[in-house]
Design a binder for this molecule. Sequence first.
Ligand SMILES: Cc1cc2nc3c(=O)[nH]c(=O)nc-3n(C[C@H](O)[C@H](O)[C@H](O)COP(=O)(O)OP(=O)(O)OC[C@H]3O[C@@H](n4cnc5c(N)ncnc54)[C@H](O)[C@@H]3O)c2cc1C
Ligand code: SF4
Length: 577
Amino acid sequence: MASKTSVSFLDIDDSFDPREQERESDNVDVCIVGGGPAGLSAAIRLKQIANEAGNEAFRVLLLEKAGELGAHIVSGNVIEPSAVNELIPDWNNPDNPSRFENATPATHDKMRFLTKNNSIPIPAPPQMNNKGNYIISLNQFCKWLGERAEEVGVEVYPGFAASEVLYNSTDGSVKGVATNDLGISRKGKPKPSFERGMEFNARVTLFAEGCHGSLTKQVIKKFDLRRDSQPQTYGLGLKEVWEVKPEKFRKGEIVHTMGYPLPSSTYGGGWLYHFGDNLVSLGLVVGLDYPNPWLSPYGEFQKMKHHPIYKSVIEGGKCISYGARALNEGGFQSIPKCAFPGGALIGDTAGFLNVPKIKGTHTAMRSGMLAAQAAYSALTSNPDSGTVFLYDYEDALRSSSIWSELKQVRNMRPSFHSPLGLYGGIMYSGLEAYLFRGKTPWTLKHKEPGDHAATKLASECPKIEYPKPDGQISFDILTSVSRTGTNHEEDQPVHLQVEDWEAHKNDQWPKYKGIENRFCPAGVYEYVEDGAKEFGVKFQINAQNCIHCKTCDIKAPAQDINWQTPQGGEGPKYFMT
Ligand SMILES: Cc1cc2nc3c(=O)[nH]c(=O)nc-3n(C[C@H](O)[C@H](O)[C@H](O)COP(=O)(O)OP(=O)(O)OC[C@H]3O[C@@H](n4cnc5c(N)ncnc54)[C@H](O)[C@@H]3O)c2cc1C
Ligand code: SF4
């Protein structure tokens, strides 16, 4: 584990600029940003290859912004074990004392179309068949993968948020990342607890930040990695974990739903997975290209739980966890160039999630493993210095199962953009699943320039009133946030950067009537009545509640909210998500 030098800045004057202070630096072979399935698989594979070659001195370092591995991970999760079977073949073997113990084999799948009070069985497309898959908590799985990574010699640094990409002045290639300074006040002044960030220099930096990574965003722009691809599109997934009554528990059962409560103009669907001992994971994914700014994904989720198909399972049980996270929906058309001078994108930050399957764990892991192989070969075949470009990784991706499975389902998600909305999408997807199987000569497009632009004006859409939560099945947003264990020190620069809050409010409020308050699943943005302000409202940001889902950065119609990493070690402390 790394330790940081603590410097006291009690006696400094106002002219002191923390950014001018020197940072400690460390040189490693490969630096990985993000300790999710992609980053951890890349790290483990790199050290496995190096150790097998007797090259134990090969340094692989992984930075994770959560205080503990897994603590920022939210996922369904039904895992397709193809990648983990290769990475750690005895991962689930009862004879392995360090196996992952909490994998529940999937027993059977159900797919339902919901009306307000009824549910109609619909055939599950082959992609949704979960035979041979396992229901897990991905947050637990990442914690376990982290232990495996340390065993093979990866240097794992939880609590370290990478906040800056470092470039070589000579050729502009990526030369590593820096973590953010700790102990800076909201006004940008160092506090007694000030600690300068650290630089991690590496010949290969792998960005594994998950969906819509904050540094990835910069790298994509810098190297124009989207030059041949469509924009990325997204969904927001909201999840709870419940302990249910034993008589309602059906171990291994997987239920997916479409329809109610979402309007037909909005893509999405719910899930209910029975796993572990009397535990149920349930949630709702809402496509972030929804047009109605009055819609609240959180409100829809709470409403969904009152449908008999969900209520009959959770009634009398206890909600033990809540979380929310954006996920990629762009698929094949939206994959950017993944390699650039000095590094590569792996996992969801590149966008490898398979939407009809709602699965990205196996593709994230596999992309990490492919990048690891390419990075090790590139570094060892060119050991001295010089910029590394992972051509082999791009090639390996194209001939991998990631490419073929995403290509096969590429038309399903964009088919929901037809004038028939949800119904058109379901019909077309049925044809793709059973007849076309991705072999059509056409590729449907996503809406340009992205989800934010799909938002209509509030005056053009029906207002949606959500029922008051009953405190048994549905909950108010602050109760849910309290179940995430989220904490941010208040006196630090706001990590949700809006250039001018007052100008933002004056421009956005008349058009969207407080959309930020409704799309944020953690109650961070508030419009508060204030007679002294223009339009009679004041815009308030409760940044300490942020659960790092990235929705505001994606959906803000004017694209003027920039999500930056707050201090490392802060944010949610997710449990079982
Ligand atoms: C609601 C929901 C349901 C899903 N259901 C399923 C499912 O059932 N099956 C399935 O296979 N997949 C599912 N997925 C997708 C799956 O969770 C992702 O594909 C997978 O987690 C991607 O792995 P990753 O490592 O790329 O990113 P992530 O799992 O998001 O991990 C990224 C990590 O990087 C860290 N990080 C980010 N930025 C920084 C930074 N700057 N500095 C340091 N650390 C950073 C984050 O804190 C996080 O720990 C679901 C996703 C969601 C949101
Ligand atoms: S502030 Fe943004 S990133 Fe944070 S929880 Fe709200 S929408 Fe998500």
